[in-house]
Each structure stands twice: as structure tokens, then as C-alpha cells.
Design a protein around this ligand. Structure first.
Ligand code: HSE
Length: 304
């Protein structure tokens, strides 16, 4: 049997929460990180990064991708090989687009393949969720599409969420960062029954809205009481960008993951005008941003 010593794993960025689905729903986007792994017979670790914001990537044992790589070998009770990892970044860091999830999924998938695929996709997914602490980025990063994750008595149930082809996410990425840890610190640990009911009903409405592209459902569905009211103040210009997106015809706007990226859901016919409105609203606050309509990735992590 030949031993594979070089592979490339491509993993999509993701948007989590989609408003009312805090910590349980997320979608993969056509925005990618690529990770090339080459085993080193002499042992050791070499990490090189290129692409957007590459200078910010840790290149020692603290690198999250490498930690995920080692985690898989620990899980199968084997010693990880010496490894050279080349990272090509397309997903900006600390912007709420699942860059950490791409690293966790990339490291686990790469290690699993180099180890001869001892773990099933489900087992890799469970390890990824345990590492990230919540499923809403790592699940779509691994599987693609829009996914809902719920715990069951034996682990996780993962459900693919139908997404009408005319609904386009417009992603507005500002030029400042927000750490997930900070954006989670501001959240209350307990919520009222009224807020729980609000989110349950709006998430149900969102799922039907995504399947049907029905305007009035989507306009109501993107509201949330669990995280967005507490996080808005961490994102300069939130109110203006929200107002501009809605005035330009978006169904609504949400915080992508823990932010600071903002995401408007729009009918395809409105995508260009919403892109322009969001860009200009942030510009008026002297904040540069990259605003793009991105389709959903349907494949998830792939080995090239
Ligand atoms: N659901 C997570 C959050 C996504 O909003 O904190 C970020 O990792």
C-alpha cells in the first residue's frame, strides 16, 4: 500500500447564527482557505502562510490548524508525523466568517487522510464540534450547504436546510476585527421565557422563509433576542449599515457569526443595490469594507 505524504484540503468559510439560530445554524460560503500538508521524514514543524492577512497567522505549535492536526493523532493514539503546512488564506481572520472553523476542519481532515482515514466523517465532525465548542461553523465547513445541528441522546443530529436559489447573502466585511471570545463575553448567561419563545418562533419562520423565499416571512424572521442586541454596540456603524441595507431592499441584516461582518439576505434582483448601500453606509462612518454577494458552497471540505 502506498503511503500518502502530500495532500491539500480546501475548506469553505461560513456564516453562523443567521439571526435567530444562535449556536445551532450556519451556512458554508464560496470563500475558501486551502491547507497543503507534506509529511517530513526528519520530523519537525514548518508552517507557512500566504494570502490575505497571512502575517497574522501563528507559525508555531500554537497554530489552531496544527493543534487540530495533533488532536486527531492523539484521538487515534498515534504520534503525529513531522509536517510542513502551507496555508493559503481567502477567509479573513476574526471577522465572523468561520476562519477558526476552517482551521479545525482542515487540520482534522488533513490528519485523518494522512493517517489512512481511520475516522468516519461523523467522527471527524464530532471532534471538530468538541474543539470549537459549538457546531454552527464547523458543521457547514465540513459538509457544505446550510446546516442545523441539534444534540440527541447519542450525539448530534445534523439537518440540511433547503435554501431557495434566489436568496443571496450579501457579506459586508469591515476592516476591523472582533474576537469571538469578546463577542461571547457580552452575552447574558440566562434569558427570559419570552425571549426563548421569540427565538424559537423566528428560527422556525426563518427555515420556512429560506425554503420559499417568501418576502414577509424573511423580513420578520431575521430578528433575534439572544445575541445580536448585546453585540451591536461592539460593531461601529451597525445601525447605519442595517438601515441602508433595508432601504435598498434587503429582507433584513444580521451579524455574521460573532461579527463584525454583517450579512444581509436579499432577493437576487436586489443584490447589487444592497452591496452599494452597505459599502456607502460604512464609508460614511470612515470604515472601509469589502462587500460581496456570495453564493452557498455545497461541498464543504474537499481533498484536492
Ligand atoms: N455561534 C457563534 C457565536 C459563532 O455567535 O458566538 C462564532 O463562532
Amino acid at each position: 500500500m502506498s503511503v500518502v505524504s502530500n495532500i491539500t484540503v480546501k475548506v469553505p468559510g461560513t456564516t453562523a447564527n443567521l439571526g435567530p439560530g444562535f449556536d445551532c445554524i450556519g451556512a458554508a460560503l464560496k470563500l475558501y482557505n486551502e491547507f497543503n500538508f507534506t509529511t517530513l521524514d526528519a520530523g519537525g514543524l514548518i508552517i507557512q502562510a500566504s494570502g490575505i492577512e497571512a502575517a497574522k497567522v501563528q507559525t508555531d505549535e500554537t497554530n489552531l490548524l496544527y493543534q487540530a492536526f495533533v488532536k486527531l493523532y492523539q484521538h487515534i493514539k498515534k504520534t503525529p508525523p513531522g509536517i510542513k503546512i502551507e496555508i493559503k488564506l481567502g477567509v479573513p481572520l476574526a471577522r465572523g466568517l468561520g476562519s477558526s472553523a476552517t482551521a479545525i476542519v482542515g487540520g482534522l481532515v488533513g490528519a485523518n487522510y494522512l493517517a489512512g482515514s481511520p475516522l468516519s466523517e461523523l467522527e471527524v465532525m464530532e471532534l471538530a464540534i468538541a474543539m470549537e465548542g459549538h457546531p454552527d461553523n464547523v458543521v457547514p465547513a465540513l459538509l457544505g450547504g446550510c446546516r442545523l445541528a441539534a444534540t440527541s441522546s447519542t450525539g448530534w443530529e445534523i439537518c440540511d436546510i433547503p435554501w431557495h436559489r434566489d436568496i443571496v447573502p450579501v457579506i459586508a466585511i469591515p476592516n476591523f476585527e472582533l474576537s469571538t471570545a469578546e463577542a461571547r463575553r457580552v452575552l447574558p448567561t440566562e434569558i427570559s421565557r419570552r425571549d426563548a419563545i421569540f427565538n424559537i418562533s423566528h428560527l422556525g419562520l426563518l427555515l420556512r422563509g429560506l425554503a420559499t423565499n417568501r418576502e414577509e416571512w424573511l423580513k420578520a424572521a431575521l430578528q433575534d433576542k439572544l445575541h445580536q442586541p448585546y453585540r451591536q454596540t461592539l460593531i461601529a456603524g451597525y445601525e447605519s449599515v442595517n438601515e441602508a441595507a433595508i432601504n435598498a431592499g434587503a429582507y433584513g441584516m444580521v451579524i455574521s457569526g460573532a461579527g463584525p461582518t454583517l450579512l444581509a439576505l436579499v432577493d437576487i434582483t436586489k443584490a447589487k443595490s444592497v452591496e452599494t448601500a452597505m459599502t456607502n453606509a460604512w464609508m460614511a462612518k470612515r470604515i472601509n469594507s469589502i462587500v460581496r454577494s456570495l453564493r452557498l458552497d455545497t461541498q464543504g471540505a474537499v481533498i484536492l
